[in-house]
Design a protein around this ligand. Structure first.
Ligand code: CP
Length: 304
């Protein structure tokens, strides 16, 4: 039974709740038209940071379930004139928003708003903190491909320090019994990750992380969150930390390659791997609509 009014992070979810969302998403996956589920619901998407996949899949999910969907962005709204996030949300609430989906550059912004809002709040990515629906759609994709999550070796490689995707995935996958290994430049591996998601290991070299992996998840360098140079250069980064065919050959033969996007081709991943037979990158995107539909229906109490 789902009882949460908001979805703020994976940290707050129990393993049973995570499986509940994944099972609900299965029911949404093949059904394009379920317009009665959110009929009469007003859904506001406040994206104060750039997005292609998350924004469009939330909008599509809401519309496919019959909600009225409005979108606002930081640059095109009165935020650009100095209005605070809370005032923005209070004004959206006054228009009787039932659910507000928020992406914000500040870690903790959705939690701050949720404590002060009558609407359901869904975190669409907050700073370097969490991206819960990305982790849920990643888990959904892995479960569909592998039939399970427990006892899988999942290598998450790249800029771990600034990645909300890495954090949410480490939390989720550990809760469901997968073995997570991080790899990346030493300057981009936070040591406290072992405490946040028990059991997460750190590999000094990408080869060690990828060896025997069932899943390899590559991350881009989060240039928008870098305080200064953290590695010598792009070519050096690609040579030392990027996913090449030689490195991928160390993984299990049926390995799947994932990336939350946007992909920086030729930097963290060989473009032929991104487009190749092991890649499930576009399947992740497809799963995003079903997972977000399930999340919207659950937080609004339209699906138990
Ligand atoms: N994975 C992801 O969050 O992509 P967008 O930034 O395009 O939404």
């Amino acid at each position: 039974m789902w009882t949460q009014r908001h979805l703020l992070g994976i940290e707050e979810l129990s393993p049973d709740e995570i499986v509940h969302v994944l099972d609900a998403a299965e029911r949404h996956f093949d059904r394009a038209d379920r317009r009665s589920v959110l009929r009469g619901v007003t859904m506001l998407c406040g994206f104060f940071e750039a997005s292609t996949r998350t924004r469009s899949s939330f909008e599509l999910a809401g519309k496919r379930l019959g909600a009225d969907v409005i979108h606002i962005s930081g640059s095109g709204s009165s935020v650009s004139k100095g209005e605070t996030l809370l005032d923005t949300v209070k004004n959206l609430e006054a228009m009787r928003a039932d659910v507000i989906v928020i992406r914000h550059q500040a870690s903790g912004a959705p939690q701050f708003v949720a404590a002060r809002s009558k609407a359901s709040i869904v975190n669409a990515g907050d700073g370097a903190h969490e991206h819960p629906t990305q982790a849920l759609l990643d888990a959904f994709t892995i479960r569909r491909k592998k039939g399970r999550l427990h006892d899988l070796k999942v290598a998450i490689c790249g800029d771990i320090l600034h990645s909300r995707v890495a954090r949410s995935n480490a939390l989720l996958l550990s809760k469901l019994g997968a073995h997570v290994v991080f790899s990346g430049p030493q300057t981009m591996i936070p040591r406290e990750f072992a405490a946040i998601a028990p059991g997460v290991k750190i590999a000094r070299r990408i080869e060690e992380a990828v060896e025997g992996a069932d899943v390899v998840m590559m991350l881009r360098i989060q240039n928008e969150r870098l305080a200064g140079a953290m590695f010598p250069g792009t070519r050096e980064y690609s040579r030392t930390f990027g996913l090449s065919f030689a490195r991928l050959a160390l993984a299990k033969p049926d390995v799947i390659v994932m990336h939350p996007g946007p992909v920086n081709r030729g930097v963290e991943i060989d473009p032929s791997i991104a487009d190749g037979k092991h890649s499930v990158i576009l399947e992740q995107v497809e799963a995003g609509v079903a997972v977000r539909a399930a999340v919207l229906a659950l937080v609004l109490g339209k699906e138990k």
